[in-house]
Design a protein around this ligand. Structure first.
Ligand code: CDP
Ligand code: MG
Length: 692
């Protein structure tokens, strides 16, 4: 019996779609058996995508672009790169790339594939995420990487010439970097007819994506193999999932989650539970609440685990390891488990209906991370996660009426709700001058692009002709950080405090230096006070890092001081990488030996656009941004909470009931005009600037 379609045996159905100029390709898939304990090779052969192995290889051979749509867990990410390798796409020193929007997914998938191939991770199969390169120049043939890292690689190798096939995975997520990458890959394709693209996703608008890659609309060389993208749909074999809604909106979804888990544990047969929450804070809170409950004799057998990006490796392994007999795993996850990662053994899903999303308003120039309702498409994906191994159940913590009437059908691509400063500088560094005319899969708003150009001009990164300045612009583009942080690093050279400022840059790249909660808020606040600096959070971070070094990087010391040990190790690692980058840029690092004014000036030079002033006569700590008079407050986690210095700059904003500034430092307003005269003169003269 043949396990997959071979040309000439079962005819594939090919439909030429006139309108979009798109080829559809559907092969019939027979039903397959469940999992059980089988060898890795057997497991591989049981995945839905296995039946399409020959079809996929055939399409990739004959088409410049192949779009693969298939349910999560069907084997797209882990199998297709292996098929390509087996078919010879990595021969002759070439590489196969597979991109992911999320770092944790890159790591998890790469280690799974290395295991399946029986090779050591970092040799034949490797991965690269920002500040972590686990590949080998001579050995690596299959490389998993974030879409952002692949974009960065284009700065050294604009045609990505070492790759024979690039698989852009999770395209339905429409992450900012994915969309930029797709736009650039389309350009590269015209110069490199031999390059193959695979765009894979769980729920993609396949036709729209195919229309984007259709070369009919463009003139190009004629030797490109089959110009119209092929679409292949991998038929999954998810089991039915019964959906439950709440009868009335829940006032507190964390509490609702805990109650639902306990009720499932009480009434339902064994099977793991996957809970979709929004971010590290509510996940940690829910884990804590549930762990307390799980200690009672009634609820024994619950293993409660968090899942979010930045989770240490050991914790990741727990998530993927099989649940011990007689136990029930409860994984509290961000939307990373929606499509990027598949957890075997999940039978029950609890969907809070929310996720943390980025929203940028070009008028106020504020980018927010806010907890917002997910789309119907996301809700369906989440539900599907319950039907992996047998029929499952999904508990939606919102009403059916809300789902039907109010939930948006689809999410908005990230490029249309992001600050575009990083995006613009990357395109500029790649020589794309006409940013407004760039061929995007989804167009960003012109206002957001203009805002980004304005900020980059004020940072001294772009000149009057909107070209990168030399050397500053090129250096900022070279540093793999937010341009404001990169600018802060460059400015620190001038102020003689680069050693300190790269530590700050490293800390700003991680989630938090503190170890969350553990039900000891008071002790934690006291611990924080030991490091708290009057100048603000950035200087406090320097104190924490100093203490960490003086302790000999001791985990015990971290534990005692409520400092997150893994985060601090990461900071040390990132710092090392930044030192290397600085060296490459010819920057000599220097310490200011305690001159914190120098450090604050360097921070201001990068973050002047985020300056705020305390409202005169404000009794509740109300600040307004200088640029657009937005009302903001200092976040309670800041050491400046309730201190309320008159002038501050912040690193980021989070919105809950109010807009809160996270990571705040006090400044002298004269530094603003020094740092960015063009940007500030007008506004500072006017105490109540009108909205721009
Ligand atoms: O990409 P797609 O969602 O189509 O599937 P995949 O990520 O390639 O996963 C295929 C199978 O590999 C799933 O059944 C997963 O359970 C399994 N897998 C795993 O066991 N451990 C991992 N770290 C990754 C995948
Ligand atoms: Mg996948």
């Amino acid at each position: 019996m043949s396990r997959f379609w071979k040309p000439g045996t079962e005819k594939p159905r090919i439909v030429d779609d006139e309108e979009g100029g798109v080829l559809f390709y559907t092969a019939s898939a027979s039903s397959s058996s469940g999992y059980g304990f089988a060898s890795l090779e057997k497991q591989r052969q049981r995945l839905p995508v296995y039946k399409y192995r020959t079809a996929i290889l055939y399409l990739v051979e004959t088409h410049a672009t192949t779009i693969v749509v298939g349910e999560t867990g069907s084997g797209k990410t882990t199998q297709i790169p292996q098929y390509l390798k087996e078919a010879g796409w990595a021969e002759g020193g070439r590489l196969i790339a597979c991109t992911q929007p999320r770092r944790l997914a890159v790591q998890a998938v790469a280690s799974r594939v290395a295991e399946e191939m029986g090779v050591k991770l970092g040799e034949e199969v490797g991965y690269t995420i920002r500040f972590e390169d686990v590949t080998n120049n001579d050995l690596t043939r299959v490389k998993f990487l974030t879409d952002g890292v692949l974009l960065r690689e284009m700065m050294d190798d604009p045609l990505l010439s070492k790759y024979s096939v690039i698989m852009v995975d999770e395209a339905h997520e429409r992450s900012l970097s994915t969309d930029i990458l797709l736009g650039l890959l389309k350009k590269i394709q015209r110069r490199r007819p031999e390059l193959r693209l695979i765009i894979s996703s769980a729920t993609i608008e396949a036709k729209a994506m195919a229309a984007f890659f259709s070369t009919r609309r463009h003139r190009g060389p004629d030797d490109i193999p089959k110009k119209e993208p092929a679409i292949l749909s991998v038929e999954g074999r998810g089991f039915n999932v019964q959906i439950f809604y709440v009868e009335a909106p829940v006032p507190d979804y964390l509490r609702a989650v805990v109650l639902t888990v306990l009720s499932i544990h009480d009434k339902e047969p064994m099977g793991d539970i996957l809970v979709f929450l929004t971010g590290q804070d509510d996940i940690d809170a829910a884990v804590q609440l549930l762990t307390e409950e799980a200690q009672s004799s009634r609820n024994q057998g619950l293993i409660v685990l968090p899942l979010y990006s930045g989770l240490p490796r050991a914790d990741q392994d727990l998530i993927f390891s099989p649940t011990p007999r007689g136990k029930r795993k409860v994984v509290m996850s961000t939307n990373i488990a929606e499509t990027s990662l598949t957890l075997e053994g999940v039978v029950y899903v609890i969907d809070s209906g929310f996720s943390k999303q980025r929203f940028y308003n070009p008028i106020t120039d504020i980018e927010n991370l806010i907890v917002a309702p997910v789309s119907k498409a996301s809700a369906r994906q989440r539900t599907g996660r319950a039907g992996r191994i047998r029929p499952g159940k999904c508990y939606r913590l919102y009403t059916e009426e809300y789902f039907i009437k109010e939930m948006p059908a689809d999410g908005i691509p990230e490029i249309q709700r992001s600050n575009l400063v990083s995006c613009v500088i990357q395109l500029k560094a790649l020589g794309i001058d006409n940013i407004l005319g760039f061929d995007w899969p989804a167009s960003p708003s012109p206002e957001a692009l203009i805002r980004a150009l304005e900020v980059l001009y004020s940072l001294g990164v772009l000149d009057d002709d909107a070209k990168l300045t030399s050397p500053a612009g090129f250096q900022v583009a070279e540093i793999p950080l937010d341009p404001m942080i990169s600018k802060m690093i460059l400015a620190s050279i001038e102020f003689g405090c680069s050693e300190e400022v790269i530590t700050i840059a490293a800390v700003l790249s991680i989630q938090s230096v503190w170890f969350p909660g553990r039900g000891a808020q008071k002790e934690m606040d006291e611990a924080k006070l030991r490091f708290a600096a009057a100048e603000g959070d950035h200087v406090t971070f320097l104190n924490v890092y100093k203490g960490f070094l003086e302790s000999g990087k001791s985990s015990n010391w971290c534990h005692k001081n409520f400092v997150n040990y893994h985060a601090m190790r990461k900071v040390a690692e990132i710092r090392l990488q930044l030192r290397r980058i600085a060296q490459r840029l010819g920057i000599v690092l220097k310490s200011c030996e305690g001159d914190m004014q120098a450090v604050r000036k360097a921070i201001t030079a990068g973050f002047f656009a985020n300056a705020c002033r305390l409202e005169p006569f404000s009794h509740n700590g109300l600040y307004k941004t200088i640029r657009s008079s937005q009302e903001v407050y200092i976040h309670p986690s800041s050491v400046l909470f309730r201190v309320n210095p008159k002038w501050v700059v912040f690193h980021s904003i989070v919105s809950t009931d109010r807009q809160y500034m996270r990571n705040v430092i006090s400044i002298d307003p004269t530094w603003l005009t020094e740092a960015a005269p063009h940007f500030y003169q007008r506004q500072l003269l006017n105490p109540n600037p009108s909205q721009v």
